[in-house]
Design a protein around this ligand. Structure first.
Ligand code: MG
Length: 203
């Protein structure tokens, strides 16, 4: 399986990163070795001094597809979850300065913790999903899918032009504003609406 991540999909986050608002989706990949499941801890890596959290809704692809039309894209995912797109911001800044790829900053081991998935039918309106991240019990990031620059369906259509989607692939759909550093000892909890789906510690 593969993990596809959408960058700059919320305008306020693009602004806080001093990035342009994209006119088409920006995406990058993480390998399966990035996954953390079952609320296992994240071990702070020694190659970075600035690991940032990016809380994101995650789509689980339910059947293979290529060149998917956006009007049929909803048929390619049944479950939605929440995850963290951990980013070594110090390394990413250096990559960006030099115009180099971001993989070192984005695709490292443990950079993609994911929580439980829920049936999307449980969510009344996919264009109005609230989600948030708390650190040590304090709300740090809050988002709503009404602010997506590219909807779930638009993202699936776009990505599948370039890369065949397979069952079990995950799409991280972008982070809202409020990204920032995590520290050893932090407890992260992520929620869709008021349901806690992810809960782990930085070690
Ligand atoms: Mg992200």
């Amino acid at each position: 399986m593969k993990i596809i991540c959408i960058g700059r999909n919320y305008a306020e986050h693009a602004k806080e990163m001093n990035s342009a608002i994209p006119t088409e989706p920006v995406f990058f990949l993480k390998p399966d070795t990035a996954l953390i499941k079952d609320n296992q801890p994240f071990y702070y890596p020694d190659f970075s001094k600035e690991i940032h959290h990016e809380v994101e809704l995650v789509l689980k692809i339910s059947k293979p597809g290529k060149n998917i039309d956006s009007k049929y894209a909803h048929k390619y995912y049944d479950e939605i979850g929440i995850g963290i797109d951990f980013t070594a911001r110090d390394i990413q800044s250096k990559c960006k300065e030099k115009g180099l790829p971001w993989e070192k900053a984005k695709a490292f081991d443990g950079s993609a913790p994911i929580g439980q998935f829920i049936d999307k039918k449980k969510l009344i309106d996919l264009d109005n999903i609230n989600f948030h991240l708390t650190i040590n019990g304090i709300v740090i990031q809050k988002g709503n899918t009404k602010d997506l620059l590219f909807t779930f369906d638009a993202v699936i259509a776009y990505v599948s032009k370039f890369i065949t989607l397979k069952t079990g692939d995950l799409i991280f759909t972008g982070t809202p504003e409020g990204v920032g550093p995590v520290r050893i000892g932090d407890k992260l909890e992520a929620f869709i609406e008021n349901e806690k789906l992810l809960n782990f510690e930085i070690k």
